[in-house]
Design a binder for this molecule. Structure first.
Ligand SMILES: Cc1ncc(COP(=O)(O)O)c(C=O)c1O
Length: 358
């Protein structure tokens, strides 16, 4: 067996959910577990976050997997229905729908369904991705109220800059202005960054994603500063040792050249496992619990770690790619990306193990 694995710690999920609740004590939590639970496994994420009042996913198949596994809480399809065919199954399984464009209302109006859908009406407050323009809301609400297939309505938006210096003041003001005639409707605005920084945005439902996985949404604040615990530990082992003399190049393209004699570990993890190929020389990595650095270019199935200062480390030793010792955000920073991308990109060939350790 190739020694690579990702271990998913359910206790860390529970801890991070508790942190979300501390920040937003009056809100229900919609745990965002799309993209295969941000790479952690949909059902692993659901198990660790089972206490959340809702789950948000993208596809009908994810939602049905959750229902088939016995989860009875609110399950929200974040992009709503894609076509009429999905409506019956979604209705039968009492899924909630985001409605972000008129065509989705037309689909609902044309159907005869056993029970009304709970819907989340998405308003565009400047993200310009999904959602109705503010001036569309009043006529839309009239239509929805007349539609027998629409039951409970929550008003939502998604902020473009909650994790940036620009913050949420402008879109929040626009949202509040837009919904002022609908003040008795529940609202849902906050992603993780907004949960952590903007209590005024919490509303009835917060939609927390990345913080529940123990990574930071911010460039300037680490997950541990936010009291978040990493849920995933991505690990492998050293499968070969090389020694380099001064002037020897390492790996494809010789992007690293030894300036002195060196001892190198070859690790069974590459970009086909989800480790970023663009991680630079010096990216943090841990060997047998000790800090080291990635060197050379990451190849499809292997990467290199510097063992020159770790004479006791060798063949078979465990390597943490990211986890408790090496924050995923630090690896992401070194590869010019964000923790979200690395977590979601862990490859299907990497076995996911579940643990539950405090
Ligand atoms: C509509 C919506 N709400 C909430 C989230 C969760 O965001 P985060 O992972 O930053 O908490 C996402 C994630 O992309 C989203 O698309």
């Amino acid at each position: 067996m190739r020694p690579i694995q990702a271990t998913i710690n359910l206790a860390a999920f529970r801890h991070n959910l508790a942190v979300a609740r501390q920040h937003a004590p009056r809100s229900k939590v919609m745990a965002v577990i799309k993209a295969n639970g941000y790479g952690h496994g949909l059902l692993n994420a659901a198990q660790g976050l089972a206490d959340a009042e809702g789950f948000a996913v993208l596809s009908l198949s994810e939602a049905l997997d959750l229902r088939h596994a016995g989860y009875e809480q609110n399950i929200l399809l974040l992009e709503g229905l894609f076509d009429t065919d999905e409506a019956l199954l979604a209705n039968q399984h009492r899924l909630s729908l985001v409605i972000h464009q008129t065509e989705q209302v037309t689909i609902l109006e044309a159907l005869s369904l056993p029970h009304p859908f709970e819907v989340f009406v998405k308003i565009n407050t400047g993200m310009n991705r999904l959602g109705f323009q503010p001036e569309q809301l009043t006529p839309l609400m009239q239509r929805l109220k007349q539609c027998a297939n629409v039951g409970k309505i929550t008003l939502m938006t998604h902020f473009a800059n909650a994790d940036e210096a620009a913050g949420i003041a402008q879109p929040l003001a626009l949202f509040q202005q837009t919904v002022k005639d609908f003040s008795d409707y529940p609202i849902s605005l906050a992603n993780s960054a907004s949960v952590l920084r903007y209590p005024e945005s919490h509303g009835d439902w917060v939609r927390a994603g990345i913080m529940l996985y123990g990574a930071t949404p911010f460039a300037d604040t680490t997950a541990s500063q936010l009291n978040l615990r990493p849920v995933m530990r991505f690990s492998s082992r050293i499968i070969a040792i090389q020694t380099l003399s001064q002037g020897d190049g390492l790996g494809y393209g010789h992007t690293f050249v030894a300036d002195q004699a060196m001892r190198i570990g070859v690790v069974a993890c590459g970009y086909a496992d989800g480790y970023p190929r663009h991680a630079k020389n010096g990216t943090p990595i841990a060997v047998a619990g000790k800090s080291s650095r990635l060197i050379g270019r990451v190849s499809m199935d292997m990467l290199f770690v510097d063992l020159s200062h770790l004479p006791d480390c060798g063949l078979g030793d465990e390597v943490e790619l990211w986890g408790d010792l090496v924050p995923v955000d630090a690896v992401a920073h070194s590869a010019d990306t964000i923790g979200y991308e690395l977590l979601c990109a862990v490859a299907a060939r990497v076995p996911l193990q579940v643990s539950d350790r405090d």
